[in-house]
Design a protein around this ligand. Structure first.
Ligand SMILES: C[C@@](CO)(OP(=O)(O)O)[C@H](O)COP(=O)(O)OP(=O)(O)OC[C@H]1O[C@@H](n2ccc(N)nc2=O)[C@H](O)[C@@H]1O
Ligand SMILES: Nc1ncnc2c1ncn2[C@@H]1O[C@H](COP(=O)(O)OP(=O)(O)O)[C@@H](O)[C@H]1O
Length: 292
């Protein structure tokens, strides 16, 4: 993270901030709301694989994304939507130039777009000097997507509801091998599938242990996308993992290891027609202290 202050005034005019990815260590669908949204129980783990965002203050009120992501119109980009929503709700007349370095695979269940939105809200809260409380930002973020709140919450969490009822959870140090099957799984399609079970019995956490639970979306995605099933099978046959599963609504799959060398040794064995990366589990979001 980097801050640049304006000479003389001490005002922050530029910020560079990471937007880390998340994994769902398990994901239970325990019901459905009347509006169609599904009630979940999940444990979110933040990891150090991240998009990078650069923000530069504008005095003219314009919100401009200079690095459009292919396939996402500027008005639909979650950074732009987050910035405009905060601008509108706070009534501030300042604007921002945004530069997004995208690294997190899109639509992979790693929460990249949601994390970009959360980082934008946290960064602009500082750049625009708004002084909003964390709880206010979380409420605003939920309107952008069910995964946005946890990134503003800033800690690994047990989540209920649609992802907005968050309790902090302490997770053991861990390293992950994350594989990225070359398919895009639209979240909405998985949730509307007839095959999805929506009646997993709710559990209480703590206690939580690694390997607790399962992902109810995993069999649905594996049936429709054989590539996801093939990547997951490869991870599950590894000997020294604590667990292997799909994250969120996929398509990415991951295995958890005790140590970095163990994760890197498994990565070295990944077949040449598969791709992925190694990431470390985080204890808290790098921007945790941007809100109170
Ligand atoms: C499944 C999870 C698990 O962390 O993650 P991803 O795999 O997307 O990262 C999330 O709940 C996804 O959150 P997010 O990606 O923000 O979803 P949203 O944009 O809010 O919703 C996309 C669509 O999925 C469906 N949806 C989403 C969340 C939910 N609890 N119930 C649903 O039925 C709705 O049809 C909604 O229109
Ligand atoms: N800044 C952004 N980064 C990624 N995706 C974005 C962004 N803005 C909007 N989107 C849209 O959100 C969808 C979900 O993206 P993402 O959060 O990466 O996946 P997931 O919800 O599976 O974790 C993308 O397919 C894309 O259409």
């Amino acid at each position: 993270m980097q801050e640049i202050l304006e000479a003389g005034t001490g005002l922050v005019t530029r910020l560079t901030c990471p937007a880390p990815a998340k994994l769902n260590l398990f994901l239970h669908v325990v019901g459905q709301r009347e509006d169609g949204y599904h009630l979940l129980q999940t444990v979110f783990r933040l990891v150090d694989f991240a998009d990078q965002l650069h923000f530069a203050l504008r005095m003219d009120g314009v919100v401009k994304l200079h690095t459009p992501t292919s396939g996402v119109p500027e008005d639909k980009d979650l950074c732009v939507r987050a910035a405009r929503l905060l601008q509108q709700e706070s009534g501030i007349s300042l604007g921002v130039d945004i530069f997004l370095e995208k690294r997190i695979p899109m639509g992979g269940g790693l929460g990249g777009g949601s994390s970009d939105a959360a980082t934008t809200l946290l960064a602009l809260n500082r750049l625009w000097g708004l002084g909003w409380q964390r709880s206010q930002l979380i409420k605003l973020g939920l309107g952008l997507g069910a995964d946005v709140p946890v990134f503003i919450f800033g800690e690994n969490a047990f989540a209920e509801g649609i992802g907005e009822k968050l309790s902090p959870i302490v997770l053991p140090p861990a390293w992950y091998l994350i594989l990225t099957p070359p398919v895009h799984v639209p979240t909405a399609h998985v949730f509307t599938s007839k095959e999805l079970t929506r009646n997993t019995i709710p559990i209480k956490i703590p206690p939580f242990y690694v390997g607790h639970g399962h992902n109810d979306l995993e069999p649905v995605v594996c049936r429709s996308y054989p590539e996801v099933a093939r990547y997951l099978e490869w991870l599950k046959q590894l000997g020294n993992t604590r667990m292997a599963a799909m994250t969120g609504s996929g398509a990415c799959v991951f295995a958890e290891f005790d140590t970095e060398p163990a994760a890197r040794a498994a990565f070295a064995e990944v077949p040449s027609d598969m791709s992925g990366f190694v990431a470390q589990g985080l204890d808290r979001h790098p921007l945790h202290d941007f809100a109170e």
